[in-house]
Design a protein around this ligand. Structure first.
Ligand SMILES: Cc1cc2nc3c(=O)[nH]c(=O)nc-3n(C[C@H](O)[C@H](O)[C@H](O)COP(=O)(O)O)c2cc1C
Length: 348
């Protein structure tokens, strides 16, 4: 089945949560954003949805420079993720909590985790997994998907829980030979975690240093939106940062992630791996993020739609389509390799 056919199935299944629109931008006319203050966030953005909208508009406002005269070539999209060669600089973001997109009748958490991790693996790339209040020592669908079903081929991002819990979780993933671990520092704003007796915290540079030292795996900090935080993460010794505002779900009125990415790249490029997400919907958006200076990019909500509509096969087909689009976009803008993509090809 095609990506579009998977999307049509997702549209039926996610009724009332996501309209699977041609443009997913958190606009006021969209189902996901139709809730009022105080209602569950569902699949939309926090509060007014401004941060969600800003993610999409920051990318839409960037245009590409077409450069088509020169030798013919087929662009190479292969990417090195901490020693693992993958087919594209595109991975699946850490998303959890199927209650946000319809609940168990739409897809169960274990099925969702497996579909995202295995679908990514089949496309030659990597699925990341997150953390939510339903997760506990006796319910670890991410662990089962990454360390059992995919034999370690995945990345685990935990919420910024207490240090001892995190160290214990990372040890398990290290023993399960996962590819990397980390925390979403922007998850410190989650009230639902605390409400379920799983408090989350802001993390200091020393806290992050302690976590980095606690594991042999590459350590990632996700949720960086400023040069200051990026420098602090580098000081803590992280292997990678993710420029992200959680898809506009944690703080209303942040700038779009593509806008924040300029500052972060200028501050720490070359000192750590820079990954970006937020509003990325196509291979063209991927190219824009790479042109600003990201090393690789994550897709969020689209991976949910692909998994709900087609399981692992849907996720695989989705990644393959984005890779194909990136190949075309690189060919039309004069880049044969990822290293050749620069700010020269964007207008903003
Ligand atoms: C329903 C939902 C649940 C999410 N859960 C998590 C999570 O558990 N951990 C995490 O790091 N990020 C989580 N995120 C954020 C995503 O990892 C990612 O940053 C975001 O979806 C990217 O924006 P996009 O959806 O516009 O592509 C979640 C996002 C959504 C939409």
């Amino acid at each position: 089945m095609s990506v579009e056919e998977h999307r049509q199935i997702a549209k039926q299944k996610m009724k009332g949560k996501c309209g699977v629109y041609r443009i997913c931008d958190g606009g006021d006319n969209k189902i996901c954003q139709g809730h009022s203050y105080g209602s569950p966030i569902g699949f939309g953005g926090v509060g007014s949805g401004a941060a969600f909208k800003n993610n999409v508009s920051a990318l839409t406002d960037i245009n590409l420079k077409m450069r088509v005269i020169g030798e013919d070539y087929t662009p190479d999209t292969s990417y090195d993720f901490f020693g693992h060669k993958i087919t594209m600089p595109i991975m699946g973001a850490s998303i959890t909590g199927v209650n946000s997109f319809g609940g168990d009748s739409v897809i169960t958490e274990p099925a969702f985790c497996k579909a995202t991790v295995l679908g990514a693996k089949q496309a030659g790339t990597i699925g990341w997994r997150g953390d939510t209040f339903t997760y506990d020592w006796d319910f670890m669908p991410c662990y089962d998907a990454i360390c059992k079903a995919a034999e370690g081929w995945g990345v685990k991002i935990s919420k910024p829980r207490d240090q001892d819990t995190l160290k214990k979780v990372f040890k398990m993933y290290e023993e399960g030979v996962a590819l990397a671990v980390g925390i979403d520092v922007d998850g410190c704003g989650s009230t639902i975690m605390a409400a379920h007796n799983k408090p989350v915290f802001r993390k200091s540079i020393d806290d992050i240093k302690e976590l980095v030292k606690s594991t042999k795996l590459p350590f990632i900090v996700k949720g960086i939106m400023s040069a200051e935080d990026a420098k602090a993460a580098v000081e803590a010794g992280v292997s990678a940062i993710v420029v992200s505002n959680h898809g506009g779900r944690v703080l209303d009125h942040t700038v779009g992630t593509a806008d924040a990415l300029f500052d972060v790249v200028d501050a720490v490029k070359g000192k750590t791996t820079i990954i970006a997400d937020g509003g990325v919907r196509t291979g063209y958006d991927v190219l824009k993020m790479l042109a600003i200076g990201a090393d690789s990019v994550l897709f969020g909500r689209d991976i949910v739609r692909a998994a709900v509509g087609g399981g692992a096969e849907g996720v695989k087909a989705f990644f393959e389509l984005q890779q194909k689009t990136l190949v075309k976009a690189m060919k039309m803008t004069g880049a044969a390799k990822l290293e050749e993509i620069s700010r020269d090809i964007i207008y903003c």
